[in-house]
Design a protein around this ligand. Structure first.
Ligand code: DHB
Length: 392
């Protein structure tokens, strides 16, 4: 054994490579109704590493220290991030499903000068809270403005129902802007509690207002299925009200649990597991091979996949010796013409993702429900909220 270890060291020295471990701290949601986020992110990180490990410079290893924040829980997220930085000495932070958690971690990233690579947390303002934040997910503004514009061509009267916290407010305001600009009339808007909401009384109110369409944002996961079921159970679908929203409400991995009530629901989003792009076909195939034929990656998985590709890029460029400023420089110029979601880039000015938005409809494909992409409604979309702030 000793001899083998000595040989390994000798061969490392011979090639001039020093053993180098890059430590990455992950904070994400692994328990509760949105546990999907932790699971998807973890699987995507692991799959990317498994398939690309050989590309790392010789002697360079990635080590992950992963922590569960349990859901929207800013104090817990801040504490976990602090421990990861101070005790575990991580060089990069990644993950974060919920906006309030990302907001709580932002000052720490700034103080410690540690890059924070977001794989979810979709409220526009988040990236402005630290120069060390880079977002690989999306903003609600990116999907909800084009959704509103599209909806105005189809419907006269719309109602909005959103989870009562920052991304919900973004979704509501962005949709209203697009819908009104297109000549639509908003007949009502309601905000529902983030934790354990009972949608029935709110849905009843919507039904009584008789809108043509209802736009919903809730955090994706089991809550999306509960929205879908209440919408059907209270007879909104039967009353001819059309359910629309950002892709959170028809999150790919829940479609099978939603059943036929989801058929025809139309959304605008940046990722669908059903997309026909070759890069996506390869991604979904690799996912199913690794995790089983019934496993489906979703938008959280693709965000983590792309984030890991970017982490590999910065690690390779620096030969495993991570410098925060250089890492930020590399991330600001990062682009990938062939992500499973289409071309992506990081806007160097805002450190936010630039990507396409697709109009999708839930249809049955080969016996299974899928978010079928109908058209690209907007290309290379920069966060519209930040574009607006610039003009102010
Ligand atoms: C958040 C945003 C989402 O789109 C989602 O599905 C869950 C959480 C957030 O920013 O908190």
């Amino acid at each position: 054994m000793k001899r083998i270890a000595a040989l390994a060291v000798a061969s490392l020295m011979a090639t001039g490579a020093a053993a180098q471990t890059v430590k990455i701290g992950v904070v994400n949601t692994f328990t509760g109704p949105q546990a999907m986020f932790g699971d998807m992110t973890d699987r995507a990180f692991k799959l990317y590493q498994k398939l690309h490990d050989k590309e790392l410079p010789s002697g360079v290893k990635l080590e992950f220290v992963t922590r569960d924040d349990g859901g929207p829980n800013p104090d817990k997220a801040r504490q976990l991030a602090q421990e990861l930085v101070v005790r575990d000495r991580v060089q990069i932070l990644a993950g974060v499903a919920f906006t309030p958690n990302a907001m709580a971690m932002a000052p720490l990233a700034t103080e410690a000068k540690i890059p924070l690579i977001l794989t979810n947390a979709g409220t526009s303002v988040v990236t402005t809270r630290s120069p060390y934040i880079v977002r690989f997910s999306f903003t609600l503004w990116q999907s909800c403005v084009p959704l509103g514009e599209w909806a105005a061509k189809k419907f006269k009267r719309a109602y909005t129902l959103v989870a009562d916290y920052a991304p919900g407010q973004d979704a509501e305001v962005a949709f209203a802007q697009g819908f009104k600009a297109g000549g639509g009339e908003l007949v009502g808007s309601v905000r529902v509690p983030l934790q354990n909401p009972d949608f029935a009384p709110y849905m009843q109110r919507v039904k009584d207002a008789k809108p043509d369409a209802l736009m919903v944002f809730v955090p994706a996961g089991k809550t999306s299925t509960s929205v879908m079921k209440t919408f059907a159970d209270l007879g909104l679908a039967a009353a001819g009200i059309k359910l629309i929203g950002p892709g959170d409400i028809t999150t790919d991995e829940e479609l099978a649990n939603m059943g036929d009530v989801a058929l025809g629901v139309t959304t605008v989003f940046h990722y669908s597991a059903a997309a026909e792009r070759p890069a996506n076909r390869r991604f979904v195939e690799a996912w199913k091979k690794e995790y089983g034929a019934n496993a489906t990656p979703n938008f959280a998985a693709v965000a983590a996949w792309d984030a890991m590709a970017a982490i590999f890029h910065v690690v390779k460029e620096q030969n495993g010796k991570i410098d925060s400023e250089r890492t930020m420089e590399l991330l600001k110029g990062y682009r990938n013409a062939d992500s499973p979601r289409g071309p992506i880039a990081i806007d160097p000015e805002t450190r936010d993702i630039v990507q396409n938005e697709y109009l999708r409809e839930v249809r049955r494909v080969n016996g299974q429900l899928a978010n079928v992409e109908l058209e690209t409604v907007a290309t290379a979309v920069k966060d519209p909220w930040k574009e607006m702030q610039k003009k102010k």
